[in-house]
Design a binder for this molecule. Sequence first.
Ligand code: ZN
Length: 110
Amino acid sequence: MLTKPEIEALINELLAANRSPGYGITVRNVASDPPTIDVDLRFLSGRTYCCAEPGCHLPSDLSRLPLLVGFTIRWHCIVEDGAQLKCLEDLGLPLDGDGYDYEFATVGST
Ligand SMILES: [Zn+2]
């Protein structure tokens, strides 16, 4: 089984391919029964993102993470107070809204 730092490195590498100014990524927990990985993903204060939508930033399946196939990744997404979201500008709102958080899961195929 992969260790937390190994999984963190894989996720960092995967998300580095996004056109984003970077995230704060922490693997919180890895369980084998059922195979589950809990990850904290932070949209960082002071950086500018297109949006904070999971469909834009997170994988819909694990095809690009073959070592993690069979796992479910539970993303605990935290949009920090002061993170800048361009999609808010399109709505005529200030870019840096109040922080919020949401949950999203990538279910690995078996
Ligand atoms: Zn986006």
